[in-house]
Every structure is written in C-alpha cells, then in structure tokens.
Design a protein around this ligand. Sequence first.
Ligand SMILES: Nc1ncnc2c1ncn2[C@@H]1O[C@H](COP(=O)(O)OP(=O)(O)OP(=O)(O)O)[C@@H](O)[C@H]1O
Ligand SMILES: [Mg+2]
Length: 461
Amino acid sequence: MAITQDSYKQVFHLLQDLVFIVDDTSRVIDMNSKAKQRKCAQAMLVDCFVEDGRSHFLQSLHNNPHVFQADFYTSSDNRLYAEVSVAPLSDTKEKLFLIVVRDVTAQHDKELDLLRFTEVIYRTANPIQITSTEGKMIFVNPAFEHITGFTRDELIGENPNKISSGKHGKEFWKKVWLKINTGQQWVGQLQNRKKNGELFHTDLVISPIIDDRKKVIGFLGAHRDITEQKILERQVVRSQKMETFGTLAAGIAHEVGNPLTSISSLVQVVQRETEDDFVQEKLELVKNQINRISKIIRELVDFARPSTHEVKDVSINLVVREALNIVQYGKRARAIKFNVALEDDLPFVSAVHDQILQVFLNILMNAVDASMGNPESSISVLTKQSDEKVEISISDNGTGIAEHHLGKVFDPFFTTKEVGKGTGLGLWVSLGIIRNFGGDIHVESELTKGTTFIVRMPKKG
Ligand SMILES: Nc1ncnc2c1ncn2[C@@H]1O[C@H](COP(=O)(O)OP(=O)(O)OP(=O)(O)O)[C@@H](O)[C@H]1O
Ligand SMILES: [Mg+2]
C-alpha cells in the first residue's frame, strides 16, 4: 500500500521535534505543529540563533547533512538548548532545507551538572573514593592518589583495605559494612597506610549511593586528612604527661626531702653520742644511703623545674649524665650494665637544654625497652668530637630492629610497642629537635644483635 503525501504531512506535524523547511537564505517556508506550538515567529530561522550558533547555522546551509548543538530562541525570552540537524531536500527546484530542532535542554543541564560535580571532585583537596557494592574501588580522585601514594591504576579494582594500616580489626569493618549496606551513613576516623608504609589519619564519611529505585549501587567515601591534627593532639598528651610527671616529682621530692633531713640530723646526733665502733660503722652506711637519696631527689627537682625554651650553650656531657641518672634509677634499668665514656673538653653546642635532655631520655628509654629480657644487657654511651661536630652514640645489645622497620623508626606513630606503651612519637620528635639545631640522627641495627643511635650536632659557633 502506497503512503500518500497526506500521511507524510501528518508525520511532519506529529513529530515532537520542531521541524522547519527553509530556503538557502534561511527564510522559513513551513514549520510543523510543534514549532507553531512553541510560538516560533521569526521569518528568518537564523534569527533564532545567537553568536557562534548563527554562523554555524548559516554555514550548515552550504554543507551536506550536518548536526550541531546551540542555543535556540523560539522567541526573544524563550531559549532552549538544541541539537539542530540540517539536511538539503533534494527533489525540489528551489534549494530547500529540512531543519530539525530537538530540545536537549534537560540532558544538557544534567551534563553541565555532572561536569561541575566532576570538577569539584577532581579539584577538591579531600581524598574521595567510590567503592562498588562488591567492595572494589571503582573511582578515586587525584587527592586520594596524592595522600595514599598509589596511582589510580594501582587502586581501581582493588579492595579499599589496600590502604589499611591493620589497626582496625574484622569486627570494626563488619560494623561499618552492616551500617552502609542498610543505606545508612558511617562517620568515623581511620588510621591508614600509604604505599611507602607511612601512616596517615583521616576523618571519613561513607555514604551509600542510592539509585531511583532506592537500591544501593555503590559507596562514596570522603576523607579529610587529620594527620597533622593527630600528631599535635598526641604531642599535647605527651607533654602533659611530662608535666604531670614533673609536678609529681616535685611533690615526692618535698614529701621525702623533709623526713630525710630529720633522719640525717638524727643520725648525726646518734653518731656524736656513741663510742661503739659497730654502730658508728653502720651509721656511716646509713649516711651514705641518705646522701644517695638526697642526690636523686635533687635531680628529680631539677628535672621537675619548669622547662625553658632558651637557646644556650649546652654541655652535652652534662645532659647525657643527667639523662643517664634519670634512666638508671628506673626499676627496669637495674639489670642493665651502663658503659659510659664521655670525652673531656667536649665543645658546647647551641641548643635548648630541656629539649636535648628529652632526646637522650627517649633514646635511652628505647634502649632500655629493647634490653628487657636479656640477662647480659648493656648500654654504652659515648661522646666525642669529630670534625666540627659533637657526636653522641648510644648502643644497646637488645632486640635490634628488623631491616624493613629501620626506615620507619623516625616516622610519626611508628611503634612496635603494645597499645598504650608507646606513642611512636619519641624518635620523630627527637629528630625534629636535633635537626632544628642543625644536627642529625642516624641509626644502625641488626636484629637480635642490637642497635646504635648516633646523634651529631654542630659545635657552638
Ligand atoms: N634501641 C632500640 N632497639 C630496638 N628497637 C628500637 C630502638 N629504638 C627504637 N626502636 C623501635 O622504634 C620504634 C619507635 O621508637 P619511638 O621512640 O619513636 O617510639 P616508641 O618508643 O615506640 O614510643 P614513644 O612515643 O613512647 O617513645 C619503637 O617502637 C621500636 O620498635
Ligand atoms: Mg620511644
């Protein structure tokens, strides 16, 4: 059955696009119902276009079938974003063109929205990851690559536990998945690990991505790097602990000091009154012990005095002795043999006394910790001058450090000690202090054999 011209005409008017027939000057010869309905009133179709759209349209009247996108004004105050198809009508005597204007405004707006969101996600400083419902990463932004040290290619398709530090156990993750799988948001803090092994901390919000049919189709994880903040928090706790210890020490010194003075005077009184050699001898021993306690107390008081931050001439030998005194009194250090060889006439260094003391205390405490359980344990402390530097080496014959840990001991939070025992900030803070005064710290170690820390500082001037 042949289709009549009338039928074609009906098709022309039934089309949901705006359809025009124009001549080669763009004069409108005919338009379909939809175009009339949208009140297209321009005599010349080119006047529906602005700027680049105009020239583009005029050019297309000289081209073969052609499609382009542009703003299209049905009237001066009614704009739509259109996909415009231009095709010459071949069987007419005049040069005529069929113009189909399809309204793609909604789609275009969506694309623009998407572009804006994509830009935001690409440019933001916040690390962002999208994970599929199967638990595989399907998108990461540049900030995520930056913070983790992994490239996109190394992450896509992997489980997010690729950056796990191992701190949060199975139970923890079970709870997280339970929450997000039921369409709820999870908010919390994570300790993660970079490609190079360094730890970093983030605040994380995981939100399920839900489609039109309320189905979870993925998970958006937005991180905020809080590593610096964590370091500061723990440093505050550390220095607060030191301060508490200081106050405590001052209190103890006072409480013990007073009765000790009484005992000391009593001993002297009894010594004066007795002729008995045996009693004299024993009282002499008591006096020695009292002197020893007094010395410890004086050192405690010294240690407890408010710290100064003044850069002064510091005698490394004095600070080392001070640190040794404090550490040696510890119960755990009793079984350890200390070999001390301090070079005479060591030049001064310019530094803050209390900070340097803190460095040696930490290195010595670490050595003591590493010596636990070794009945033959010894710690050697050596100072000497070499070139323009003052060199302090502290060696132990303790556990040693595994080769794959050696590069990490100065990293913040790196600790092999039990939870609550070590913060992993000791060496990090120590290195910061020594570098601040122009020096450096090196470590040499062999597993099961022992460890040596060498601190070098420029001599004064
Ligand atoms: N002398 C040593 N022998 C063996 N391991 C050591 C020694 N010194 C440091 N380490 C290793 O380096 C890690 C980091 O030391 P660091 O002093 O920075 O932190 P920490 O002692 O664990 O905690 P804290 O913040 O309380 O000092 C230790 O946990 C330990 O594994
Ligand atoms: Mg330590």
